[in-house]
Write a protein that binds this ligand. Structure first.
Ligand SMILES: Nc1ncnc2c1ncn2[C@@H]1O[C@H](COP(=O)(O)OP(=O)(O)O)[C@@H](O)[C@H]1O
Ligand SMILES: [Mg+2]
Length: 296
């Protein structure tokens, strides 16, 4: 089980990265990330402060990061996420959005600058309790040949059947689960082959919610879905966002219109930011992207 948890901790970064990289690179990067985790469990060093509640804000100050020397992927980023707010990151594939999320969950440490939570430098916090504050849903979800309940529970024992049902309801998954022959006890087959893409993503949301995370992260959670499944998953996302802090990376801009702040990424830099309305008025990249999507 420990191994499973280790995998869960890194699954999101792997999955999100794999999606944005061309075929040949994919295996290499995914492989190297997995090997790194198996060898060392974590690419960051353990801090001393046990931080397990989120009280006020997460702040990026002049943060830069590179995977390979002299190729900055994140350049001098500044932003602040206040508790209870919904923040979105948008931008072309490869612009650094998933990397930024990896930095937020401290999958990597910054090259320069500082990331802090409630004023404490992330480098000083204990990795595991810190990461357990987050619930992550990425583009691809790893499911197991087991029952729906066990896939949602994912080794987490401290939740009742009622907790699972309530997470499924919020995730907009309860109706389809209820229609299955054995409900939550239905075995979903190897890698969840019996489920559609939209159903898998709603299971992923329920899985994130049962742990009652203080901060939710969605990384292109609906990007690989057709319009109809996207709508059902989006309803689950919207419901799960209520009364929570969330960071959302989305391809379709209509889904993040109501976020408190939208950051537009371009080659690892924040090119512009503001609310949806402010960004439309300022007539920059966001406006262009939005008009393109709106017309198609
Ligand atoms: N593990 C890695 N090693 C080396 N380069 C990587 C790795 N992961 C991502 N990259 C590169 O970093 C850049 C940003 O990628 P990513 O954060 O996945 O962007 P996005 O999520 O916006 O599509 C890309 O150029 C990508 O090829
Ligand atoms: Mg990405």
């Amino acid at each position: 089980m420990t191994f499973l948890f280790a995998v869960f901790g890194i699954m999101s970064p792997i999955a999100t990265t794999i999606n944005s990289i061309s075929g040949v690179q994919r295996g290499l990067i995914a492989g190297s990330r997995i090997i790194k985790v198996i060898n060392s469990e974590s690419s960051v060093s353990e801090g001393r402060i046990k931080k397990e509640t989120f009280d006020s804000n997460i702040e990026f100050e002049n943060v830069s990061f590179e995977y390979n020397k002299d190729t900055e992927v994140i350049s001098d980023i500044n932003f602040n996420i206040e508790k209870g707010k919904k923040i979105a990151f948008v931008g072309l594939s490869g612009s650094g959005k998933s990397t930024l999320l990896d930095l937020v969950i401290r999958f990597y440490d910054v090259k320069s600058g500082r990331i802090s939570i409630d004023g404490t430098d992330l480098k000083d916090v204990q990795v595991k309790p810190y990461r357990s504050m987050f619930g992550i849903v990425s583009q691809e979800t790893m499911l197991f040949n087991d029952t729906l309940e066990n896939n949602i529970r994912y080794g987490y024992k401290d939740c009742s059947k009622e907790d699972i049902i309530s997470a499924c309801k919020i995730a907009n998954a309860y109706n389809f689960i209820n229609k299955m022959p054995k409900g939550l006890d239905t075995n979903i087959g190897d890698r969840g082959v019996t489920l559609s893409g939209g159903e898998r993503q709603r299971i992923a949301i329920a899985r994130a919610l049962v742990r009652n995370p203080q901060i939710l992260i969605f990384d292109e959670a609906t990007s690989s879905l057709d319009a109809e499944s996207e709508k059902l998953v989006q309803e689950g996302i919207n419901e799960s966002l209520k009364n929570r802090t969330a960071i959302i990376v989305a391809h379709r801009l209509s889904t993040i219109k109501d976020c408190d702040e939208i950051y537009v990424f371009e080659s690892g830099k924040i090119a512009e930011h503001g609310t949806h309305e402010e960004l439309l008025i300022s007539n920059g990249i966001y406006k262009k992207l939005y008009s393109l999507q709106f017309s198609s």
